[in-house]
Design a protein around this ligand. Sequence first.
Ligand code: ZN
Length: 308
Amino acid sequence: MLDKYNNFCFTCLLVLVLLLGGCAGEERNGSRIRVLATTSILGDVLSNILPDTFEVRSLMGPGVDPHLYKATQGDVEQLSSADLIVYNGLHLEGKMAEILNRLSGSGKAFAFAESLDKRRLRLLDSSGHIYDPHIWLDVRRQIMATEELIRYLRSRYPFAEAEIRERGLLYLNELTALDIWCRESIGSLPDSARILVTSHDAFSYFGQAYNFEVRSLVGVSTLAEAGLRDVTELVNYLAEHRVKAIFIENSVSPKALRSVVEGCMRKGHVVRIGGELYSDALGDTQSKAGTYKGMIEHNINQIVGALQ
Ligand SMILES: [Zn+2]
């Protein structure tokens, strides 16, 4: 029933946004330009880049799983009243993918991860259409997509071009420093300890970037639940490779991963929960992980501390 209602609203919304299109790039008299991000991570990126003449909001709050998120009635109102929508794309926002793709086609939305060259993306199927959406967990890929976003915003809002360029450059410099810090911190871990095991397959780009073997209980989307076979296979892998710690995620239930810990115990291999990583959403706004930079720093500290 709710889906039917949402579909109806989305159809109305599409008509509305197409009718309201065409005013992009114009400076508002008095009111701020409303930019709506889907995830909290993208909301933080936009807040860093855009000056005060823009109002940035995020649809999904801290800890919300974007794979499972369904738009509420309030979200539909926000989507229709936003001047610009910035979303990750590559099916991260699985339940909202259709409306977001259509909005992107109408010029009202920008797909952050889809701005990357396909050669930088991990292909997940043989048809060549499904890619891993979790680019933000590799800071270098995040920098590349942020450069594309800055380019897009500068061209879309010429009246704020200089400010966006200046703020964007400062932010890109911060991200470059963050990437260097990640590499230095991880440098203390021996290669044999670089096995990262989490709930869902979000850390593949992270693994490529920072030289980790990556394993997870479920796939790239959290839609599928772990079965007994998934648990058994992961338990065998952990015991065979003598992995010391595995990690729960802030946007995924820790229940299935706890059964992996118990399975290892029964097999005589002690593995512990090494902490909570921020995978698909930021932490609370007041916490250290309330920003993209903070979430990456937190993750690296947890990983290095637990696997040392
Ligand atoms: Zn994910």
